[in-house]
Ligand binder design. Structure first.
Ligand SMILES: [Zn+2]
Length: 339
């Protein structure tokens, strides 16, 4: 574990990177998000360009579709002030050849390997090369570069996991500001302000598909209180504020009131035990629901994310939500359910 002093140094360098780094395209934000996600999902300091490319495709997938809810003409948003964004045009080509592809089904389709290769090449030549440039100097505080991978410096994976929500929030808010600040997007955006949800969240329609699928699996029962649910309301089991990425296994059916009362908290141990059983018992069904909703569905990723979330919570002595107004302390014992 890096010392408290090293962790602070990491944060201040990260903050400098956002303040002074030269972000002419949005790739660097995507790279930071990809690194932070992979630090939780894989326990290896070596992150291949291919693994990063798969993350890029996931992140840019939604953004490669036209933004069409503004008053302006529907069009794909520009990510770069001066020209097209190669990752987006590569994804668009792939999607045109595979019109029914979703981000979930893409990896099994013809042409995906080629897409990964192209995106990996862009990732290598662009953000991996330039991310650590500050002003006129290079400060490789995050990783060293290899031919086919980056290798995180000692302590960096720890810091990325520890400060995951912060890294995500910084990268996302800068990404949104970058797109809003691009003059070429003015006619597309009109005066809408749902840009952040468009860029990063699951579309409402997909949430409804997930909600309806979960209703079928649970006989319309709220995951938390077991009462009957009438609407297809879903809750992020590991809160979205902690891990802002939609994975099919992380959704549970819940009353709006239960969801609202749980808010940004983790769920208490009894809920966690039930959730682990639930995704284990229904893995195949959840995958199918994810497929229909076009969301990533992978039980082991969701379990790693939960392990990370609860371990952090236990380390800082956070409290978990049991029911309205009732919380309990998270301790290391929680992790036994995830072992
Ligand atoms: Zn309920």
């Amino acid at each position: 574990m890096p010392s408290a002093k090293d962790q602070l140094l990491f944060l201040s360098k990260l903050q400098r990177l956002f303040a002074e780094g030269d972000f002419t395209a949005t790739y660097k934000y995507a790279l930071l998000i990809a690194m932070a996600d992979l630090a939780i999902e894989v326990s290896d300091d070596r992150l291949t360009h291919q693994a990063l490319a798969a993350k890029f495709i996931e992140l840019y997938w939604q953004q490669s579709a036209p933004y069409g809810t503004g008053r302006g003409e529907p069009a794909v948003l520009e990510q770069n002030p001066s020209g097209p964004t190669k990752v987006i045009s590569d994804i668009v080509l792939f999607r045109n050849a595979q019109p029914s592809a979703t981000v979930q089904s893409a990896p099994s389709l013809t042409g995906y390997r080629e897409l990964i290769t192209k995106v990996a090449e862009t990732v290598r030549k662009q953000p991996v090369e330039f991310l650590q440039n500050l002003g006129r100097a290079t400060d490789p505080f995050l990783y060293e570069r290899e031919r086919r991978a980056i290798v995180l410096k000692p302590g960096v994976a720890y810091c990325l996991r520890r400060f995951q929500p912060l890294v995500q929030q910084l990268a996302r808010s800068h990404w949104v500001a970058h797109i809003k600040g691009n003059k070429r997007n003015v006619p597309i955006l009109g005066n809408q302000d749902d840009l952040e949800s468009f860029l990063f969240e699951t579309p409402r329609q997909a949430l409804t598909i997930i909600g309806n699928g979960l209703r079928g699996l649970t006989n319309n029962k709220c995951f938390y209180c077991a009462g009957t649910v009438r609407e297809a309301e879903v809750d992020h089991f590991v809160p979205f504020s902690l891990y802002p990425r939609d994975l099919a296994h992380n959704f549970v059916l819940a009353h709006k009131t239960c969801n609202g009362s749980k808010s940004d908290a983790l769920a208490a141990r009894s809920h966690l035990e039930r959730w682990v059983r639930f995704i284990d018992d229904h893995d195949a069904d959840i995958k199918e629901i994810g497929q229909k909703a076009g969301r990533i569905a992978d039980a082991s990723t969701s379990l790693s994310v939960a392990h990370w979330g609860y371990k952090n919570a236990a380390d800082v002595g956070a409290r978990a939500w049991l029911k309205r107004g009732t919380y309990e302390a998270v301790d290391r014992g929680y992790l036994e359910c995830l072992a």
